[in-house]
Design a protein around this ligand. Sequence first.
Ligand code: AMP
Length: 472
Amino acid sequence: MNTEIQIGDNSLGDNPLTVPETLMPEQEISNGFEQFKLNKQLLSAIAEAGYLSPTPIQAKAIPMILDGHDILGIAQTGTGKTAAFVIPIVMKIKYAQSPYPKALIITPTRELALQITEEVKKLTAYTDLRHLCLYGGVGAKAQTEAIQKGVDIIIATPGRLMDIYLAGNLVLKELKIMVLDEADRMMDMGFMPQINSILEVVPRKRQNLLFSATMPDRVVRLTENFLAFPLRIEVTPQSTPAQMVTHFVYHVPNFKTKINLVGLLLQNEDFKKVIIFAKTKENAENIYKFIHRKIEKSVRVIHANKGQNSRINAMDEFKKDDVRVLVATDVATRGIDVSNVSHVINFDVPFVHEDYIHRIGRTGRALHEGIALTFCNKAEVYHLQKIEKIIKSPIPVKELPANLVVEETPFEENQQQLLDIDYQRRKEDPNFKGAFHEKKRKNEDRKKQYEDKHKAGTSKASFYKKNAKNKR
Ligand code: AMP
């Protein structure tokens, strides 16, 4: 998808619900969504999207939102939560009215914004509702011009939305419904100031919906400010991985062995559509290069250093099954909505522990089964244990394949792992004086001793000679 802006098809004229029923698809639109008393335009769009029955969050949220309640939804991606708020929004706004937006959906990343936009596009297909996606990283001019043409539903990342608003190019006074999606991630990404500014400029009387995959304390505080008497909907117990995902951990000693393991796993044809997560851009780039050179040309990589178009193109190719493997950092994780991902590989254990849930949520999406595999070295066991605490269950360990080439851990990598372990121990126990700490302290003591002696006229050579003698 190369378009920077997507606007709902406004060519259908000015009448409300302009598509005559006779022009709607012939298909059977009687399905589990009829219970919500949606209009025919929506039921047709839902049927065309292939949704046969509401997912649990949709079953709970749609009637409550239609009734006008504020909602606190605790749900991961893959549960159908986007349609859970888009369907009632479309039902409530019904048709294009004034030029000013009635609904605003705020979301942390542009990938996620684009994904929601696709859902909105699908679900408004038989209405004249206009939608617009606003995100940074591209010029604001075209987006601003699109706003002037009139828009009903805006999907936006917080920074760009505020920039356009502050430039005086957006009127929010007719806003009736506002959604904060992936609230936990928005806070992790430091968007709180922008969200607060947005809350100051939108009308007080409005319906608010907040969705979050996890509920850390700071999100609870946000809900207290943002929501009025909210109804809470929790589709899975807090912080449990997506239901359909089977997950395992492999204990792998070092980077090179992890690479060998990726190579081995990708030989298996069951790994049809694979996302590999890496903790840094460098790791992602290295994994990508290795796969591309040695195993599979059908691979793309997305991380923060990749340009906007390259990221969108990579996602598109992966979505369309044109490429088999996508390597990604967490930057893009939340936005990834691809169905039928067969395997998620966590090349590194995520050190933002909640990310584990988001990462493995990429597989096992709405009603498809998926497998998530995590590679863990000795310095990552700490993070693995933290994750197991959050998801309240151990992740089963899988034996390394017998034909895996296990490499020696290079000296520097080993040192880094030991340093990490040292740091983790000190973090847990401030009184712990790790080996590295000791060594560093001794070195500093010795340096100080040398400087003192030097000041007193002792030569460097004689000092070390003496020191070495003492050691023996
Ligand atoms: P979400 O949790 O919003 O990221 O949705 C995950 C995926 O489920 C998306 O690809 C949706 O198109 C799909 N989906 C949403 N609602 C349904 C439904 N009722 N039945 C089947 N798939 C759905």
